[in-house]
Design a protein around this ligand. Structure first.
Ligand SMILES: Nc1ncnc2c1ncn2[C@@H]1O[C@H](COP(=O)(O)OP(=O)(O)O)[C@@H](O)[C@H]1O
Ligand SMILES: [Mg+2]
Length: 356
């Protein structure tokens, strides 16, 4: 065998990516003081791995990942439904992020990986489960393998409103269950010293059992690095205290973003959505008061109002304060058959509308 110029440029590319992987892992280890477990070594991120899947140990490599179809796309990566070539019963949602760019992309892949490893392994019921991270040295990608959910809320709620016109009672229960699941997930992140920083419908997944899970930890941060003047998240979910100021982004900013998300879903669109982004931000910063839909129950309206309090110090201090509100304590743990049927009908329609 002799080497061609193609071979040598490929091996140069591999060397470069290996160096970038070293950077990635060094940073994980540097953060050991921030409650991030230090149990991962550079050698963890390879092009092959072993995972536990439904009680079985399974080994595979990057070449054995077979894409079935694209199921989502965000600012930082594409997500595909993927199966193992030699085990078609093993299915993942694979998020692929390029490693070649040292700008926002590498920040995002690094943050996603760190947070997924910290909170995605614990089988928390409301955080998407993380199976493995692999490096594809040929494509220059980090691949995060996760459990597959059926859809995300950004695709779900327009159909909820346009095709189902839910009664007030059904919508109210939907909002409260969603709020409870995401508050439980955020409370768990907080227990690991993390804040999400990008709560919005695109980053909340929906499952057929009426279960909601948080995903996308691409700009997730530790409480320690929350004082940052740059923000990479979506401007329409930013709290007033972050607009134009260098002010800490803490758990109460995630609460605001959750309030905006719940408001958007309950009325079928974001508040002030027809306003330009500048005018939107101006109004939010200058005392916008949420006009919470009257169709919601009083206890749900109280929940939205408290999450969307303009003054950050007036929002709840702890997630436990939210979980003890009337709208939260009255929810049965197990969703009713009616809730599940509705969710399944909507998911079926979403999947029909999503091109293969
Ligand atoms: N585990 C998953 N199961 C099903 N769909 C998913 C999953 N993870 C992500 N998606 C879909 O892919 C989209 C983009 O994923 P996300 O992690 O938010 O990427 P980005 O960081 O680029 O925003 C999500 O909005 C959602 O629609
Ligand atoms: Mg996203």
């Amino acid at each position: 065998m002799y080497s061609t110029s193609n071979d040598s440029s490929r091996s140069a590319k591999r060397r470069k990516l290996r160096l970038m992987c070293t950077d990635l892992t060094c940073d994980i280890e540097k953060n050991s003081d921030e409650n991030i477990p230090n149990k991962y070594q550079l050698s963890d991120i390879k092009d092959s791995c072993q995972i536990e899947y439904n009680g079985q140990f399974i080994q595979f490599n990057v070449q054995q990942l077979k894409t079935i179809k694209k199921i989502g796309e965000g600012n930082f990566g594409i997500v595909t439904l993927t199966q193992l070539e030699h085990r078609p019963d093993v299915i993942f949602a694979c998020k692929k992020m390029t490693l070649e760019n040292h700008g926002n992309n590498s920040y995002s892949s690094e943050s996603d990986l760190k947070a997924m490893r910290t909170v995605g392994n614990d089988r928390h019921p409301h955080i998407v489960h993380f199976y493995a991270a692999l490096i594809d040295l040929i494509e220059g990608q980090l691949i995060i393998c996760m459990e597959v959910l059926d859809t995300s809320l950004d695709k779900f709620y327009p159909i909820l409103h346009s095709c189902f016109k839910p009664t007030n009672i059904v919508l109210d229960l939907f909002i409260r269950r969603l709020a409870k699941h995401i508050v439980l997930a955020l409370d768990y992140l907080k227990s690991k010293n993390l804040i999400h920083r990008d709560i919005k419908p695109q980053n909340i997944l929906v499952g057929r059992q009426s279960i909601f899970k948080l995903c996308d930890f691409g700009i997730c941060g530790t409480l320690k690095d929350s004082l940052s003047s740059t923000h990479r998240g979506s401007l329409r979910y930013l709290p007033p205290e972050r607009l134009g100021n260098v002010c800490t982004y803490g758990t109460r900013s995630d609460m605001w973003a959750l309030g905006m998300t719940l408001f958007e879903i309950s009325q079928g669109h974001l508040p002030l959505e027809s306003e330009s982004i500048m005018s939107f931000m101006y109004q939010i910063k200058n005392g916008w008061e949420p006009d919470v839909p009257l169709t919601l129950s009083q206890s749900t309206r109280d929940l939205l109002a408290i999450l969307l309090r303009h003054d950050v110090n007036q929002r709840p201090r702890y997630y436990s304060n939210i979980l003890s509100m009337e709208s939260m304590i009255n929810i049965q743990d197990n969703p009713s058959q009616d809730e599940i049927v509705l969710i399944n009908q909507i998911i079926d329609l979403v999947l029909q509308k999503t091109p293969e």
